[in-house]
Each structure stands twice: as structure tokens, then as C-alpha cells.
Design a protein around this ligand. Structure first.
Ligand code: CMC
Length: 426
């Protein structure tokens, strides 16, 4: 394989500058190829804005996260997940009547087609629930034909409500299936978070009453994960959707992208790392491994592409973590390891120099473990919460006048043109 030759050559171009409502200005390079015959090169999108968006704003240096202008701290403390869903999708907090309507709409759609039960039984019992989710969410497009026309705003909205309402049901089914327990139907007298806990933990033999503290912690986890601007999975949903694919298929592609350990899979990876460390005395040796570039080990739950100061979501969950552990009456040695790891890493020059701070996954995993949610379900819960974000971005993109297919270009480093060699002469 050859690699690209890099040379310092200067080229002068005059580019228009675009300003948003807040955040850095951007250079508009849309006509660069037409005007100069050059592409821009930015693998990993380190300096590239891929779209215009009015949904979420992040200032990574200041640790600011806003949904439709509202700070995440205020929403996490005073709002509910369903209210946040309305905000993300429609741009404003719902009025009292809108909220009542919304509650009815979501409750209308919590059940899934009965035939989906049979669909689940095609999976091995030991399947990872994320593998199940990629498949069953994609399969919704085979069940709900009346919400597939992306050119009809009513059908787009119906698909959006369906997905947000059905995700907890599907997620809990994925868990129950792997646990070998019967599926539990949704109960519409519960709130969104209570209903999810009910479908996860109820058994036909025993009533399950969700604790308000646990339900609130769950709802906060949903709010904090609801959207995060143009991350890998959201960009995947946008790119898939740009070709005109149906929304269920687009969200399934987002789930696939989220599964990776550098993205949503990190909350599972944090718990696995804490278990691997095993006790507080082993932390220094593990930190040394994480700093060693030849080891391939990273401190999971640390670092973020955008937050280079602190992750505001992590701050909120850090407090919640202690409250939940107290409610559950659990002294978890994992939490001691996590707290000590956090303390040592934050005072280590390697992490300070690279601005690596604990991210949201560092604490969400510990909370969910305390609630009794199995580690393999952590990323599923992230996917559940993020569905509204994916859908809001998809709705925003499809609604844009002149929306076109996303099609990045490349810097080709392969062989130049050559002639085919017949097999006998190779
Ligand atoms: N442990 C040890 N070193 C790290 C870590 C880490 N967790 N993260 C980054 N580094 C080092 C990296 O080796 C590099 O060092 P150097 O400059 O000496 O080569 C430097 O920090 C910059 O790293 P990078 O890979 O260029 O940073 P990035 O912005 O591409 O990666 C990240 C961001 C989140 C993928 C990365 O920090 C990471 O892998 N963290 C662990 C996984 C994790 O917790 N992911 C969850 C992200 S938050 C949830 C979400 O929003 O999806």
C-alpha cells in the first residue's frame, strides 16, 4: 500500500464564511472543487461541519451542552424524557395541552405487533441484545407500512412517535429473551422510565413496583443521552437517510454505529475494565498500560472527541451515582475502584496534557449496574435514549428544501491505472 505524499504547498483561495447563532464560524467550501479542482481532506471530520442543524449545541472547551438552547443541567434536573423528546423533535418545550396529547400518543404506540414475538425466537438465546436490536428495529419497516413514505410529513411523524414509544418495549424484550423469561407487555399507567423498568424486571409470579428514585435516575440517563449533535451514529443515520431510506432502517444503522466501543459500547467497556482491574491496588499498573502506546489499552470512559475540559453529563451522573447506590443499599467495590481511578487519572500528567476527563459512560455504567441492569444491556439503553436524537436529526434533514444524498470524496492512494494481466501470465 502506498501512502499519500504530503507537501507544504500554499494555495490561495477566497472562501465565504458562514456564522451560526453561536459557536465557531465555518468556511464554506461547497464550490471549492468547481472553482479550483481540489477537495478538502479531513478524515475523522476533525474540522468539518457536515450539515446545518438547529437541534443541539456543544462547546467542548467550556463543557456546555444545549438542547434547542436549554442547558442540559436544567433539563436533567427539571424536565422529563418525554418533554425532552418533544423539545428535540419540535424545537420548543410542550405546552400543557401538547404534553397531555403527547402522553396519549406515546401510550398508544407502546405495544409492538404481536408477530414480532415470533421474530425474536429466531435468535440464539445468547445473542448480544445489540445484535437483536439492530435486527428488530430494522424489521419495524416490515411491520408498519403506513409510516414508510418519507415524503409525507404525517407518516414521518408517525414513524418518529412509533420508534420512541416502542424502543423500551423492544429493548426489554431483547433482555427477557436472553434471560429466558417471558416477555412483559407495557403498562400505560406508568411513566416512560417506570414502564421500561416494569418490562425489564416484572415476572408473572411477582409484582414489580419501580422505586421513584430509580425511575428518576433512569429518566435522567435517558435525557442525558437523548442527543449529542453530529456524533458517529447520528451522522450514520443522516447519511443513511440522505439516500431516501426509510426511518426504521436509518435508526437501525444508527444502532449498528453506536455499538462500537469508541462510541456507545464504552459504558459496557467501562464495567468490563473495572472488573479486569479488580481492586484498587491494581489501578497504577493499569494506568501505566493505558499510557503505553504499544499496549492497545485505553482507559474506558475517559476522553471525548469534543469535550476537552469536562463532560457536563458526567458531572450530573456523578451525583446521581451516589444517590442510587444508597437507595439500592449497595456498597459496590466497583464504585471504589471507579472513584480511585478517576482521582489518579485526573492528577496524572498524561491525562492532564491530553485533556482526558471522565465522560458520561464512566458513571452511567455504574448506576445501571446498581439498578440490576445487565452489562450487555447498557448500550441498548443508550440506543433507546438516542433514538429521539437520531429521529430529530433525520426529520430536520428530510424537511430541508433541496436535501441531497451525502457523498464524501476521498484522497486516492491506490495504484494508478494499469492493464489487466491474464491469469496465465501472473
Ligand atoms: N486512554 C488513554 N489514552 C487516551 C484515551 C484513553 N481513554 N483517549 C485518548 N487517549 C490519547 C490518545 O492515545 C492520544 O494520545 P497521543 O496524542 O499521545 O497519540 C490522545 O489521547 C488523543 O486521542 P485521540 O484518539 O486522537 O482522540 P479522539 O478525539 O480521536 O478520541 C475517544 C476520542 C472518545 C474515541 C477516545 O478518547 C477514547 O477512545 N476513549 C475511550 C472510549 C470512550 O470512553 N468512549 C466514549 C465516548 S463518550 C460517549 C459518546 O459520546 O459516544
Amino acid at each position: 500500500m502506498t501512502t499519500a505524499q504530503q507537501e507544504k504547498r500554499t494555495m490561495s483561495v477566497t472562501l465565504p464564511v458562514m456564522s451560526g447563532t453561536t459557536g465557531p464560524d465555518v468556511l464554506d467550501v461547497r464550490s471549492l472543487y468547481k472553482d479550483t479542482g481540489n477537495f478538502t481532506f479531513d478524515p475523522g471530520f476533525m474540522s468539518t461541519a457536515s450539515c446545518e442543524s438547529a437541534i443541539t449545541f456543544i462547546d467542548g472547551d467550556q463543557g456546555i451542552l444545549l438542547y434547542r438552547g436549554y442547558p442540559i443541567e436544567q433539563l436533567a434536573n427539571a424536565s422529563t424524557y418525554l418533554e425532552v423528546c418533544h423539545l428535540l423533535m419540535h424545537g420548543e418545550l410542550p405546552s400543557k395541552t401538547e404534553m397531555e396529547e403527547l402522553n396519549k400518543t406515546y401510550r398508544n404506540h407502546t405495544m409492538v405487533h404481536e408477530q414480532m414475538r415470533a421474530f425474536f425466537s429466531g435468535f440464539r438465546r445468547d445473542a448480544h441484545p445489540m445484535a437483536v436490536m439492530v435486527a428488530v428495529v430494522g424489521a419495524l419497516s416490515a411491520f408498519y407500512h403506513d409510516s414508510l413514505d418519507i415524503n409525507d410529513p404525517k407518516q414521518r411523524e408517525l414513524a418518529a412517535y412509533r420508534m420512541v414509544a416502542k424502543m423500551p418495549t423492544l429493548a426489554a424484550m431483547a433482555y427477557k429473551y436472553t434471560a429466558g423469561q417471558p416477555f412483559v407487555y407495557p403498562k400505560n399507567s406508568f411513566s416512560y422510565a417506570e414502564n421500561f423498568l416494569h418490562m425489564m424486571f416484572s415476572l408473572p409470579t411477582e409484582e414489580y413496583t419501580p422505586s421513584p428514585i430509580i425511575a428518576r435516575a433512569m429518566d435522567q440517563i435517558f435525557i442525558l443521552h437523548a442527543d449529542h449533535e453530529q456524533n458517529a451514529s447520528t451522522s450514520t443515520v443522516r447519511l443513511a437517510g440522505s439516500s431516501g431510506a426509510n426511518p426504521f432502517a436509518c435508526v437501525a444503522s444508527g444502532i449498528a454505529s453506536l455499538w462500537g466501543p469508541a462510541h456507545g459500547g464504552a459504558n459496557q467497556a467501562v464495567l468490563e475494565m473495572l472488573e479486569e482491574i479488580g481492586s484498587v491496588e491494581n489501578i497504577p499498573a493499569f494506568i501505566e498500560k493505558a499510557k503505553d502506546k504499544t499496549s492497545n489499552v485505553r482507559l474506558m470512559g475517559f476522553g471525548h472527541r469534543v469535550y476537552k475540559n469536562f463532560d457536563p453529563r458526567a458531572k450530573i451522573l456523578r451525583d446521581r451515582c451516589h444517590e442510587v447506590l444508597k437507595e439500592m443499599g449497595k456498597e459496590d467495590p466497583m464504585l471504589d475502584i471507579a472513584m480511585e481511578l478517576e482521582r489518579i487519572a485526573l492528577s496524572d500528567q498524561y491525562f492532564i496534557d491530553r485533556k482526558l476527563y471522565p465522560n458520561v459512560d464512566f458513571y452511567s455504567g455504574i448506576i445501571m449496574k446498581a439498578i440490576g441492569i445487565p452489562v450487555s444491556m447498557f448500550t441498548v439503553i443508550f440506543a433507546m435514549s438516542r433514538t429521539v436524537g437520531w429521529i430529530s436529526h433525520w426529520l430536520e434533514m428530510i424537511g430541508e428544501p433541496g436535501q441531497r444524498i451525502g457523498r464524501p470524496r476521498q484522497l486516492y492512494i491506490g495504484k494508478p491505472q494499469r492493464d489487466y494481466v491474464p491469469a496465465a501470465k501472473r
